[in-house]
Structures are given as structure tokens and as C-alpha cells.
Design a binder for this molecule. Structure first.
Ligand code: ADP
Length: 425
């Protein structure tokens, strides 16, 4: 064997050894890279060591970024969960990608099960389908909320699509049942007020026209004017009640320190009842307890007067009306009991609604505006008090205003009286 062959042999041995070493380092690299978790790179020297270190640094940065991204996604989803809206992320073809709990509830969805479903599959309401195909998403569309069986409920949902990112969309949903109810109450209120004012105004305008057009003698004109006066009075009462209601809604809460002397107010209520009754009813007043109320006197006076005048107006001649005040350290109650026409149970929950009347013509004949009990309810609520009604049709009613102990002030000096003054029928 010559020197050249020896050299070649050596080269082959060295190359072979290098190859084996490289394969070993490569296998180490593969094993290390295949680990899902980031671990320190295997020991290696020379060029392999450098490669390992470079790859290790790169992997560490990538994993760090991925972790940050994952945290960002979790935070944005947590943010979307906390929103008071339903939020559903839709892809370019309006297919569900993700949604929060509120959207699941509003739309009857299951984020896991329904992923990839087109939005029109789970919101089938014709109004929404039209909205989707029209593609004009500037204003929300309103649809009824359906129950589990697909039947519409009295609740309303507002849906709006908002575009974001590259051809992605958000479907926002909000339960607007409360807004709808307020809006419908506002509409009813305006319609009712207009109607209530128009009726007496029409009568007044008719009389005025007649007086203007016909040559009437002075006596006739006086007759007409006396027919016009109650209509003007009715309009005045209505406007006064509307102003009281409005001030109850907007005025600051009555101060809890302002003393209302109860006895004079009770006496005033009895006198008003007698003046309205004109001797047609037996009216009594009984008061027990040594407390005054804290709050706004004009509001409490209005509660007492509305309740006693209602009792007179809805109690036929010879009936009895009992006005009562009772206070103890636990609270106080003002009640008016009558032996009048009573109220059918189905009307009771609605009595304090504005313009709600059991019998329209009777209310108007007796000078009612339909706002009395609404004023009572508002004024009481401002004093943390509640109105309770017990009634038997044909037998009579008892309206009670209950005040909590926190609204009572000890009267000085404590008194206890009982006065009953029947008025001849
Ligand atoms: P109104 O001006 O019509 O009396 P209210 O708000 O004071 O309006 O009362 C609402 C309705 O409740 C009345 O229209 C009447 O039908 C009924 N109501 C109120 N008080 C009595 C009562 N003491 N007895 C029978 N019905 C009553």
C-alpha cells in the first residue's frame, strides 16, 4: 500500500466519522425540536452548537410571542364576555366563528356546536334575513326573542352587523324589551293626553262657534257659558295633574329631615272629603300613634286628598268612608276605607297606570282625570312608601299607604286621638 492509498484511507475514515457524528447531532436536533415544550438545547460543540443556540433563541422568541397572542385572545374574549351585548364573530361568509354567553342566550346558540354555521341558520326571522340580504347595516333591526320551542316571547332583540378586519363581521345583539316598553308607554301617554284635552276643547270650540254665529239673547249666552265652564275646569284639572306628575318625576327626592305635621293634613283630608260629599256620606277620621312623617308636605297632602276624594266619588249616597292613620315604631299607615262600588280583581294591578280607569264615563262624570292614583304611587315611592289596595266589587275598597319606620319622626308631645264625625245623609 502506497502513501497515496494510506492518505485516501485516512480521508475516508475521517469523513465517515464526521458523517456519523453529524447524523448523531442531527438526530439530537430532531429529538429536541420535536419536544412540544421549550427545553435547553442538547450539548454540542462547534458549528452544531451555534446552530442549536440560534434555533433555541428563535424558538424561545416564537413561543413567547405565541403565548402573548394567546393571552391577548383570552383577554379580548373575556372583554367580549363582559359586554352587556351579545357578540358573535362571523367570517366573510357570515358563518359563526365565536360568540359570547349573551349571544348564546339571545340567539339560542351553542358556540361549540354551531361553529361554522351560517348566521341565517340560527336567526331565521324574516326581518333579519331581509336585513342581511339588503347589506345595509347602518341601523339595527328588531326581532322578537323566541323561547326554546321557537315560539315568540314578548321580549324584543335589536341586532346589528358591524364589519371589521378583512371581511369579518360582528353580530351584536341587545335585549331592548325595556326600551320598547318605555317607548310604547310614551306613545300611549301622548295619545291619551291629546285625547283627554281634545274632548273638552271640541265642546268649547263648538259652543264658541254657536255663540259667534247665532244671534243669541243674553240669557242663552249665559246658559252656554255655564255649560262651557265645566269643560274648561276639566282641562285645568288635567293640566294641573300632569304638572304634579311631571314635578314628582323630576324634582329632587324629598328631604328625610323635613317634618310634616300629620294631624293638620288628616283634618284637611276629612274637610275636603266632606266638602265633596256635600253630606251624602258618613265620613270619619281616626288617628293613633305619636309620629309625624319626614318628607314633602305637598306630596303627602296630594296622596291623602286623592285617596279620600276617590272614596267619595266611587261611593254611592249614604255610604260610609273611614279615614285612618296609625303609627308605631315599626312604621305607619294611612288608609281610606269605603263602602263603595269596589273594583274587580283583574283591574287592581293596573289602577296606578296613567289614565287607567275601570269605568271611563263614571270617572269623567265625577271629575276624574285618570291620573290620581298614578300621582299617589309616585309620591309614595319618593317617600319609600307603598300603596296597597283591598277591594270587593259591590262592597267597597280600602286603599292604604304604608310608610317605613325610616320615614317617621317622633311627634312632640305624643298624642292619641279618636274623632268620628258622622255627616247627616
Ligand atoms: P280617576 O280620576 O279616574 O278617579 P284614579 O287614578 O284616581 O283616576 O283612579 C283610577 C281608577 O281606579 C278609577 O277610574 C276608578 O275606576 C278606580 N278607583 C279609584 N279609587 C276607587 C275607589 N275608592 N273605589 C272604586 N274604584 C276606585
Amino acid at each position: 500500500m502506497g502513501p497515496l492509498e494510506i492518505l485516501l484511507g485516512l480521508i475516508v475514515v475521517v469523513l465517515g466519522w464526521k458523517l456519523v457524528a453529524n447524523r448523531r447531532e442531527f438526530a439530537k436536533l430532531r429529538r429536541w425540536a420535536a419536544q412540544p415544550r421549550l427545553t435547553d438545547p442538547p450539548e454540542a460543540g462547534g458549528a452544531w452548537g451555534e446552530v442549536f443556540n440560534l434555533l433555541h433563541r428563535h424558538r424561545r422568541t416564537t413561543l413567547h410571542r405565541r403565548r402573548q397572542l394567546a393571552q391577548l385572545i383570552v383577554r379580548s374574549r373575556r372583554g367580549a364576555q363582559a359586554l352587556p351585548y351579545g357578540v358573535a364573530v362571523l367570517d366573510a361568509d357570515y358563518r359563526l366563528d365565536w360568540c359570547n354567553d349573551a349571544a348564546e342566550e339571545h340567539l339560542g346558540l351553542d358556540a361549540g356546536r354551531d361553529r361554522g354555521q351560517p348566521v341565517a341558520n340560527f336567526v331565521r326571522e324574516p326581518g333579519f334575513v331581509e336585513y342581511l340580504s339588503a347589506g345595509d347595516f347602518r341601523t339595527p333591526v328588531r326581532i322578537p326573542i323566541r323561547d326554546r320551542n321557537g315560539a315568540p316571547t314578548p321580549r324584543t332583540l335589536a341586532l346589528q352587523i358591524v364589519d371589521f378586519g378583512a371581511e369579518e363581521h360582528l353580530l351584536l345583539s341587545q335585549d331592548v324589551t325595556g326600551d320598547e316598553r318605555l317607548e310604547s308607554m310614551r306613545r300611549d301617554f301622548v295619545a291619551n293626553v291629546s285625547h283627554e284635552l281634545r274632548t273638552p276643547l271640541t265642546v268649547l270650540a263648538g259652543f264658541l262657534e254657536t255663540i259667534q254665529d247665532l244671534k243669541l239673547d243674553a240669557g242663552r249666552v249665559r246658559d252656554y257659558v255655564s255649560l262651557m265652564a265645566p269643560q274648561a275646569e276639566r282641562m285645568k284639572r288635567l293640566i294641573e295633574d300632569l304638572l304634579v306628575l311631571s314635578s314628582l318625576e323630576h324634582a329632587p327626592a324629598p328631604p328625610p329631615t323635613n317634618r310634616i305635621a300629620i294631624r293638620p293634613l288628616l283634618e284637611r283630608a276629612r274637610q275636603e272629603a266632606e266638602a265633596l260629599s256635600k253630606g251624602r256620606h258618613r265620613i270619619s277620621l281616626a288617628a293613633e300613634g305619636a309620629h309625624d312623617l319626614a318628607g314633602a308636605e305637598s306630596e303627602i297632602a296630594s296622596v291623602f286628598l286623592n285617596l279620600v276624594t276617590n272614596a267619595v266619588r266611587y261611593t254611592p249616597e249614604n255610604g260610609e268612608i273611614r279615614i285612618r292613620w296609625r303609627s308605631s315604631d315599626d312604621g305607619a299607615a294611612f288608609s281610606v276605607e269605603d263602602t263603595g262600588i269596589g273594583i274587580e280583581p283583574e283591574h287592581l294591578p293596573r289602577l296606578t297606570e296613567r289614565f287607567y280607569r275601570v269605568d271611563r264615563s263614571r270617572s269623567r262624570e265625577t271629575g276624574g282625570t285618570g291620573l290620581g292614583l298614578s300621582i299617589v304611587k309616585h309620591a309614595l315611592a319618593r317617600h319609600n312608601a307603598v300603596l296597597e289596595v283591598d277591594s270587593k266589587p259591590g262592597k267597597g275598597s280600602r286603599f292604604s299607604a304604608r310608610f317605613p319606620a325610616t320615614r317617621l319622626l317622633a311627634a312632640a308631645p305624643p298624642v292619641s286621638t279618636h274623632s268620628s264625625r258622622p255627616v247627616a245623609g
